[in-house]
Design a protein around this ligand. Structure first.
Ligand code: X8Z
Ligand code: ZN
Length: 609
């Protein structure tokens, strides 16, 4: 998540006055028809709106920060209040844009109007009380998730502790218990989720969308239906590679656990993939990775050996960004970030990056542990912060990513440069493994990046179905698993209980963070990487290329980041990569040596499920 959008409001006095004035004037002057609004009116409206939002945003962001780093009755109350006012304000502004329909606006004004109209993640209708009810629901959903526990052997385990079991245990029964245990937290969310969908769809319809799915898909500088087609196109480019990886991993799990636990054909048991949601599979590298061709080091072990602590991991991340010429993080980042889980209170542990004042009060909120996964997450979060700071001179409504996939891709693009050579340069490994380690390195990357793709896609496929009413509440869970099986080729470890609400056990569902952004990011970060490596004159294999220390690339990248959302995203993409289309071609090129190896390994096996 990059920031809490419209989470709270400082009130809408200024804006209401602005709107009110326009309406009153019309009534006074006109027995005749009210004067049609002009482009100058639009300019005034936008200026007043941006001033109002600037003030409101900081109040709401600080409220949300306090709640996320100290969850209790009172902070939930405060967040609900702030977020209800935020929704009311956002909806009022979105409705206010309607009066400028048909007015000849500049491209910039048009973009701002669109952002106001389509940019609300969970809208409420303007019916009195709707925003309050919605805010209570969303706060409750989020806190239920973040404070969820399940008891095993007399201990109340939180998500981190249950995840440790799924990630590290090799006992299928223990893994299943932790996996099912975490999913006892979400049935309590179901009724709230159903009601939330009703309210938000009403809100979307009031703003002129057929439902919330259409509204979410309307934030990509093209009609919603075209964007959905784009997503299908990208998926078709990567699906064959996923199938190869799935085939090899299933065979590895079958070897390790035997037919009774993981059959050699059909879907993979979801809890055996080393991640609570089967979204990234690096933790089972030791089971399913190539035996003879390993990368030659284990980054988690190296971090521990080198005495890294969470702070040092973040400092190391900052140093990478500095090496490409970006300004160091401000002092307040270090004073105000939450880098580790506080012992004495409940917090939202899911990693996020924040921009509290839309200028430079940037921070991360993580419960960092010393391991390879969090080392990568640190870079991910810092990417959000550097982007936020880069576009802070844009008009307020343009202080955002070119689209949300860009925002997610910045830090991951940097992390693709964490190559063995880079690790050696910063002293984390002694020797750079030879080319014979390439398959191992690529396999590990594929467990992180390729395994993720169908998950990144199905999350919002499920939500689009729900928002469109194609999936009724009674089918929430079965349709969830139908998509999990169709796209990821996985199945639950046992029958799911009748009241199960498994989507609620994944942060972004109760947290209402759209997920298509991650699918796009996982494709686009390879486009950024390839462009950067080309710029750097790299002519080796893409996975060995690191832009560490390359200020020329840094400067070009920063130029794209500075654009924020001020131009249609193809312009931003073109500025850095020279192309105006999202494409999985660079990803396919990156993994080509692995693909060839997988195809050989899978020969004679029946792949698919
Ligand atoms: O939620 C995140 C980031 C914060 S924006 C840690 N990610 C997705 C997830 O964890 O599900 C990054 C990868 C996908
Ligand atoms: Zn993110």
């Amino acid at each position: 998540m990059r920031k809490i959008l419209l989470a709270g409001a400082a009130g809408c006095a200024l804006l209401a006055a602005g709107c009110q004035t326009a309406v009153d004037t019309n009534q006074e002057t006109a027995e005749a028809a009210p004067a049609a609004p002009t482009a100058a009116d639009a300019e005034r409206f936008l200026a007043e709106t941006e001033a109002e939002l600037t003030d409101f945003y900081e109040f709401s962001a600080r409220t949300a920060w306090v709640q996320a780093t100290y969850i209790n009755f009172d902070t939930d109350w405060l967040l609900s209040r702030a977020s209800a006012r935020g929704t009311e304000l956002a909806v009022e502004l979105a409705n206010a844009t309607k009066k400028f329909e048909g007015v000849a606006l500049t491209q910039e004004q048009e973009r701002k109007m669109n952002r106001l109209r389509a940019g609300i993640t969970i809208p409420a209708p303007s019916t009195p009380g709707a925003a309050d009810e919605l805010a209570e629901i969303t706060t409750r959903l989020s806190s239920t998730y973040s404070t969820g526990k399940f008891e095993i052997g007399g201990d109340e385990l939180n998500l981190d502790e249950l995840s440790d079991i799924v990630e590290q245990s090799r006992d299928p029964e223990a893994i299943k218990t932790a996996w099912e245990g975490w999913r006892t937290v979400s049935p309590a969310m179901k009724a709230d989720y159903v009601r939330m969908v009703e309210i938000a769809n009403e809100g979307a319809r009031e703003l002129g969308f057929s439902d919330l799915a259409e509204m979410w898909l309307s934030n990509y500088d093209m009609p919603a239906a075209d964007m959905e087609q784009e997503v299908e196109r990208l998926w078709s480019e990567v699906e064959p590679l996923y199938e190869q990886l799935h085939c090899q991993v299933r065979a590895g799990l079958n070897d390790h656990y035997g037919d009774a636990v993981q059959p050699a054909t059909g879907p993979i048991r979801a809890d055996l993939l080393g991640n609570m949601w089967a979204q990234q599979w690096n933790n089972i590298y030791p089971i399913v990775g190539p035996q003879s061709e390993g990368p030659g080091y284990d980054l988690t072990e190296q971090l521990v050996k080198a005495d890294y602590d969470p702070l040092k991991m973040v400092k190391t991340g900052e140093e990478f960004f500095s090496s490409i010429g970006l300004e160091p993080l401000p002092e307040t980042f270090w004073e105000r970030s939450q880098i580790t889980r506080p012992e004495d209170r409940e917090v939202v542990c899911h990693a996020s990056a924040w921009d509290l004042d839309n200028v430079d009060d940037i921070r991360i909120k993580m419960c960092t542990e010393v391991n390879a996964e969090d080392f990568s997450t640190v870079h991910h979060e810092l990417g959000h912060n550097y982007y936020q700071r880069a576009y802070n001179e844009q008009d307020l409504l343009f202080r955002d990513g070119a689209h949300d996939g860009f925002h997610e891709a910045i830090g991951d693009f940097i992390a693709l440069s964490i190559t063995p050579e880079y690790l050696q340069q910063i002293g984390l490994i002694e020797t750079v493994p030879s080319a014979s380690a390439d398959i191992g390195l690529l396999y590990d990357r594929a467990l992180e990046k390729i395994a993720f793709l169908p998950f990144g896609l199905m999350m919002d496929k499920w939500r689009w179905q729900v928002f469109r009413g194609e999936t009724a509440p009674a089918d929430y869970n079965s349709d969830w698993w139908a998509l999990r099986t169709q796209y990821q080729g996985i199945m639950p470890p046992g029958e799911r209980p009748a009241d199960a609400f498994d989507p609620g056990a994944k942060y972004h569902i109760p947290g209402n963070t759209p997920y298509l952004r991650y699918f796009l990011s996982f494709v686009m970060q390879f486009q950024f990487h390839k462009a950067a490596c080309d710029m750097a004159g790299w002519d080796g294999p893409l996975h060995r290329c690191s832009i560490y220390g390359n200020e020329e690339v840094g400067e070009k990248f920063n130029a794209m980041m500075e654009m924020g959302a001020s131009q249609p995203w193809p312009d931003a993409l073109e500025a850095f990569t020279g192309t105006r289309q999202m494409s999985a071609e660079p990803l396919v090129e990156y993994f080509a040596p692995l693909t060839a190896w997988l195809e050989e390994e899978n020969e004679g096996r029946t792949c698919g499920w």
